[in-house]
Design a protein around this ligand. Structure first.
Ligand SMILES: Cc1cc2nc3c(=O)[nH]c(=O)nc-3n(C[C@H](O)[C@H](O)[C@H](O)COP(=O)(O)OP(=O)(O)OC[C@H]3O[C@@H](n4cnc5c(N)ncnc54)[C@H](O)[C@@H]3O)c2cc1C
Length: 433
């Protein structure tokens, strides 16, 4: 294999190499430039030249809008403004000893592999959403985690294929590693379980508008006792009171895992099954295969970091977003917080940033923060750290939260990911219920 060390960053300054340019990677790139100014060369690598605004896929699909048109954000111009180099390539390996990453240019097939050297490496490659491991998914399953699958569901719903039958919505079981994970981040049985709540409410609104049915068509299922338990049990109970007791959805807890998706429904690992014409599922979030063999990862392949997002054995290697072991649940908002920590760490190392007494060194202190579409131009807003032993547990619903969800996406696109913050705490003051 022809592997040459082709790129070291350009000017000879410390070279920060960022792998991945969706929520975690793009935010890291932009804040590293802001904090470290011209003290570094920065290179970003992604296999595609645009960001997908994943959280809004369900609502665009249920509005019969194409996510490619609405939710793809080309990021090149923002990186160019920042004097950050972009390489469109597939990352296939990391050589930790020689501080080099192996890449294959991905714009056209057949390219030869090359090496890119780094002084700092920020891994922001997300996770592999393992649909391939779900028996029956390709024949009978639907989902909303990218534009391809979002459009497949959109064509199914709006192309006259849905016959008004039962609908099952839920996730497959998530497996976490333990290495390096603080004990206040508990085991979670689902990687990201806000989407099923949002999908169930958004879909209910569509069923009613089209006179295809109602919330009674829907079964929500989960591996453990409470769906979206990462939001905190009191908030989940409030949600279930609304969705199940008032609206009439069926709730199926303790499924343990999805065993098989069939033409007629879903079979679960606990021996039970649900009948469903439409099966909307999210799979296990797994680590990328090439990461699994590296010494910087936990038992399942997610990158081990401390609370400053640095690998304890190789502090020049950092991780942000879904690929980091301590990101649980897997939320873009959590990756955003981590990206800001990484930017501060690098600027501090280089002596560009001097923290005074008022300015604290940032450390990872997660909160679960999300806006979920409810249909009818309403959304719910969750801000909670209950799963980590904290005492903040806020859930609000109303028209303003929908406006804020949509407004956040517009701000994100206008600012190229460099928003003042992922969640807007002001919403807690402003919201109706
Ligand atoms: C339906 C749905 C709704 C969601 N809603 C919310 C929400 O409301 N709030 C929230 O906070 N989170 C939400 N999430 C979770 C959120 O989408 C993820 O946490 C977030 O996308 C993770 O960002 P990331 O940058 O770490 O990884 P990703 O977004 O997965 O990005 C990884 C990037 O790396 C690139 N890449 C991967 N492998 C390679 C490779 N080998 N070579 C080159 N490039 C590569 C990819 O092209 C991609 O650009 C939702 C998820 C889903 C599925």
């Amino acid at each position: 294999m022809d592997e040459t060390t082709y790129w070291k960053g350009g000017s000879g300054k410390p070279h920060v190499l960022i792998l991945g340019s969706n929520f975690g990677g793009l935010t890291a790139a932009r804040f590293i430039r802001e904090q470290s100014k011209d003290a570094v060369d920065i290179t970003v690598i992604d296999r595609k030249p645009y960001l997908i605004f994943i959280p809004n896929i369900p609502l665009e699909v249920f509005a019969n809008n194409d996510p490619v048109e609405k939710l793809h954000m080309p990021f090149y111009k923002f990186l160019k403004e920042d004097k950050t180099v972009f390489l469109q390539a597939e990352v296939t390996d990391i050589d930790i000893e020689s501080k080099a990453v192996t890449v294959i240019p991905s714009e056209r097939p057949g390219a030869a592999s090359e090496k890119v050297k780094y002084d700092y490496l920020v891994i922001a490659l997300g996770a592999k959403l393992d649909y391939a491991a779900l028996p029956g998914f390709s024949e009978y399953g639907h989902t909303v985690s990218d534009s391809y699958y979002g459009n497949k569901l959109r064509r199914y719903l709006f192309g006259g294929n849905y016959k008004g039958g039962p609908i099952a919505i839920g996730t497959a079981r998530f497996t976490m590693g333990k290495k390096g994970r603080p004990d206040w981040i508990p085991d979670m049985t689902s990687a990201c379980e806000g989407p099923p709540l949002e999908i169930s409410l958004g879909l209910t609104s569509l069923l009613e508008a089209k006179k295809w049915g109602s919330a009674k068509n829907i079964t929500l299922f989960t591996q453990g006792k409470y769906i979206a338990e990462d939001a905190g049990v009191p908030l989940v109970k409030e949600f279930l009171g609304m969705a199940v007791d008032k609206m009439g959805m069926t709730y199926m807890p303790d499924t343990i895992d999805i065993k098989e998706i069939t033409k007629d429904g879903i079979e679960f690992a606990n021996g039970k099954s649900v009948e469903a014409e439409l099966k909307i599922v999210l799979p296990n979030w797994t680590a990328h295969d090439f990461l699994k063999k590296l010494p910087i990862v936990d038992e399942v392949g997610f990158v081990v970091t401390d609370l400053k997002m640095r690998n304890p054995d190789h502090p020049e290697i950092m991780a942000v977003g879904d690929c980091a072991a301590i990101t649980a649940p897997k939320l873009g908002g959590i990756g955003d917080m981590q990206a800001r920590i990484v930017a501060q760490q690098i600027a501090k190392d280089l002596g560009v940033l001097h923290l005074d007494d008022d300015e604290q060194e940032m450390t990872f202190k997660p909160v679960v923060m999300c806006f979920g579409d409810m249909g009818h131009h309403k959304a719910f807003y969750i801000h909670s750290d209950l799963i980590y032993g904290g005492n903040t547990g806020i859930m609000k619903m109303g028209y303003k939260y929908y406006a804020m969800k949509m407004g956040f996406k517009e701000a994100y696109f206008a600012l190229g990911g460099k928003t003042p913050g992922w969640g807007v705490k002001l919403t807690e003051l402003l919201g109706d219920k």
